[in-house]
Design a protein around this ligand. Sequence first.
Ligand SMILES: C[S@@+](CC[C@H](N)C(=O)[O-])C[C@H]1O[C@@H](n2cnc3c(N)ncnc32)[C@H](O)[C@@H]1O
Length: 421
Amino acid sequence: MDAEALRKTREHYNSHANLHEDREQALEARRQGKALPLKSFHNAIKGKMISRFAGHAEKLLDLACGRGGDIFKWAKAKIGYVKGIDLSPGEIREAQRRFEEFSSKRKKRAGSALRAEFVDSDQLGASEWREPWQYDAITCMFAIHYFFVSQAALHRFMENVSINLKEGGYFFGTFPSGKRVQEVIHRGGKWPLFKAPMLELKALWKGDASTFGSAYNCAIGDTVTAGKPTSCQGQAEGSYEYLVFNSTLLGVAAEHGLHALTEWDDPELDECFDEADRRKAVKHFHPNFPATSDSSLSKASSLFAAFAFQKRSADKQPPAGSAAAKRSQPGEQVSAAQQDAKRARTETQQQNGSSAGATPSQQDTLEGSSGAVEQTEQPGADVTQPAGNEQAHAEPVPAQAPLYKRPKARARPANPEGGKG
Ligand SMILES: C[S@@+](CC[C@H](N)C(=O)[O-])C[C@H]1O[C@@H](n2cnc3c(N)ncnc32)[C@H](O)[C@@H]1O
């Protein structure tokens, strides 16, 4: 991976690693903070997703785990063991400290037998990472966008997910949608900067955005993305991130045997996302914050989206444009996933009359080269990512019943520091 990008990200998160002495202080800071509604909402989504896709799992792998903001969610979901890996040694030390704090109070929390380990590494997008065993589930919360630095990094990362995930296991997470980031910056009218009380975005890509390496700066006030922990003033100097294109995310995942699920069979989760995304593979956050919070906080939350993939190696899709992909012409033998993809494409083409039949790479060109410019000229048009293309890599219905029994209790936001917090 790009060494300079890794350095910037590491430095940014190291500087946010330990802002509070203990959990009580962190909780108090959270209660006082202006981003409280966003943090609570994002934590609730993470908690529900963890329970839905990893509840009662024996082993969970959390990639880009941060400083341990999800420890209470793992315990609540009755997970046996979690390994967290992150680029930032500071965040890893803080995660270890928090887990020790959690464990020392464990007796009061009867029933939690959670074990956890935390390791720092910058290799997830750079070289093969093989764990001693395969995991029941893998997460990557608010972090997969860092691997959009390059095609090689995203493929490496997805392959690392795939080799460490059990067959049938889930890989799920959340990320800022590249389409929405572009829209906010373009519609803000002061290219390349969008600036509001709780959100600053600055495009760092030059010319048209491209599929990989289109960098921008993101600072959500009072969260870990902000350059200064307590304010969002002045030039955006937040987290250095990369645009994520949904079709690329789904297409690359499918090449590594990870198939997107469109229906998650969970009404509590459905409520958190845009109604329009009900049967889509990428579900955008739908915040409903109190009127007292600044509207830019809601805008910041709406940038984000969630995904859930299931590993089915037998349905691995060949890389777009490869000989194997070309062989899969009508009338020839094709895999179930390819058939699904074809069916979904045809359906969405019929519904939208759009360019849904494009391959991931063709579509990325559409998103990248025409999207950014046309978006400014036609603010209402959905040109950056025709929804149909997402469906080309998604399962219309879950392939099989969930692996895990969900815990009976409702998952509630438990920890102050996770979820871009
Ligand atoms: C917004 S934080 C999210 C942390 C945590 N997953 C959560 O939900 O609270 C993004 C995290 O991604 C980590 N990260 C960024 N690039 C990474 C990379 N190449 N390898 C591992 N971790 C990375 C950062 O260090 C940071 O902890």
